[in-house]
Write a protein that binds this ligand. Structure first.
Ligand code: SF4
Length: 462
């Protein structure tokens, strides 16, 4: 077999690709309107994650911490959550939703967050905030299992589980975008609008690309409301675009509230976007409009300009969130490129059964490695010591030093990307995303040709 899926063959991690589960829960929670999460753990479990998200989106927003100290780590720290909920609700009168996100320390202590929520609902909320609509929910994200990816998946499921109600069918679809950027949300909403499909877009973060208005106020907030979450049980269908970032919620809605679901495709590249539109059309009965056929044509034209001449046969390493990595690998193959190394930063045992990975194993006709539980040493070691030759790296900013140290051009994609301007604004999904990705990859290679004086004259005659 040309394409092998293997786990990292070392114990320990050198420069991780992912951070821990609570980070994913925090990213999901910022997509909910009037919501501020309390992360129950040490302050660093919020500070560094919030910084990462803030660096990535170049926006400010609130997440709270129960700020557990030594005494709490030994004797339990539920009293700090009680205080945190009280202070948060007193200080932020607009807040309606407070997820309490656990961490490694508070899961090890065994703090009974679920029990505390019942106590707070019957006590604090009923007595001090009786005139307020307030929803508390537990999200269990111990960091010693999974990764930020599974943390996002768990949080999305728990929000939906908390709020979804079965009602009269509302004729809408649920769209669970997965861990995406504001630019992706904008593009997905555009595709739905062109298809004339009404959708509840869940954990919607488009407004994190927020304007600076004349009155000086800039507000970044999630746009998915409590009502949106409640209505998910009355939808005609759920589309979870990412298998590892939203499928749990889709499965819950299907199993408990009989809302049928489709998992995937992650609409990266022309092929996957076509597949998504066909599925949307089949479920809703709405035809794919001429306007999208035209957009597809524009994307194909842009790709044709660069693919065969510049991208073909280029050797690529890709790392990051699994749906993104797999989608990018599929797109690269369509562009005649050669993804040589895919790095997935956690040990999810389901990757080997992913039909998209099986398809890569069946179809790739050159040596490709897929490494799970991978870290950046898996990339650097292969480049530095094992003769892996690369023309391009696709991944987030944490891998930039491999690119810098070994002079390999890189396109920033995924989370977090803080060392290039405006990455969050551009979609990687849909036809617009396919165009953007192909052109970014081509431009990175052009720049490299000039810097290394490697056939840069070609660009004069292109
Ligand atoms: S690994 Fe544990 S202590 Fe560290 S940030 Fe994650 S949850 Fe907090």
């Amino acid at each position: 077999m040309n394409c092998e899926v293997k786990a990292k063959d070392r114990i320990g991690t050198i420069n991780p690709i992912f951070t821990c589960q609570p980070a994913g829960a925090q990213y999901a929670s910022i997509g909910v309107k009037d919501c501020i999460g309390i992360v129950h753990g040490g302050q660093g479990c919020v500070m560094f994650v919030r910084l990462l998200i803030s660096q990535h989106l170049k926006e400010s927003f609130e997440i709270a911490s129960s700020s557990v100290h030594e005494d709490g780590a030994v004797f339990g720290a539920l009293d700090r959550v009680e205080t945190a909920v009280d202070v948060l609700l007193s200080r932020y009168p607009h807040v309606k939703v407070v997820p309490i996100i656990t961490t490694c320390s508070t899961e090890v202590i065994g703090d009974d967050v679920d029990g505390l929520i019942t106590k707070l609902e019957e006590g604090l909320l009923a007595e001090k905030f009786a005139d307020r609509e307030v929803h508390l929910l537990p999200i269990h994200t111990p960091s010693f299992v999974g990764s930020m990816v599974s943390g996002y998946d768990v949080a999305v499921r728990d929000f939906v589980k908390k709020f979804a109600r079965k009602g009269e069918p509302n004729g809408k679809i649920n769209l669970i975008t997965g861990w995406v950027n504001p630019g992706d949300v904008k593009e997905l909403k555009h595709l739905l609008k062109e298809m004339d499909i009404e959708a509840t877009v869940l954990f919607e973060i488009e407004s994190f690309d927020s304007p600076l208005m004349p009155d000086g106020k800039a507000v970044s907030h999630g746009s998915t409301t409590v009502e949106d979450l409640q209505s998910t049980g009355s939808a005609i269908h759920t589309f979870a675009l990412n298998r590892y970032e939203g499928a749990k919620a889709a499965q819950f809605l299907e199993k408990k509230l009989k809302v049928p679901s489709t998992i995937g495709p992650t609409p990266i590249g022309i092929r996957n976007t076509d597949a998504l539109l066909r599925k949307l059309s089949a479920v809703t009965g709405k035809p794919i409009p001429e306007s999208l056929v035209r957009e597809r044509g524009i994307a194909l034209d842009a790709i044709a300009d660069v693919a065969h001449m510049f991208l073909a046969d280029k050797k690529v390493a890709i790392y990051g969130n699994p749906d993104l990595v797999i989608g990018l690998a599929e797109f690269c193959l369509d562009l005649e490129m050669r993804p040589k190394l895919l790095l997935l930063g956690d040990d999810n045992s389901g990757y080997v059964d992913d039909p998209r990975i099986k398809a890569l194993q069946d179809n790739v006709d050159y040596p490709m490695e897929i490494v799970t539980n991978a870290d950046f040493w898996d990339l650097e070691d292969r480049v530095k010591n094992k003769g892996l030759e690369l023309d391009l790296i696709l991944g987030h900013s944490k891998g930039r030093f491999v690119s810098i140290d070994y002079n390999i051009p890189m396109v920033r994609v995924g989370f977090p990307t803080y060392d290039r301007a405006g990455i969050f604004r551009n979609p990687v999904v849909g036809y617009a995303g396919a165009t953007w990705l192909a052109e970014q990859m081509a431009n990175a290679l052009f720049n490299d040709m000039e810097v290394k004086k490697n056939k840069e004259w070609l660009l004069n005659v292109w």
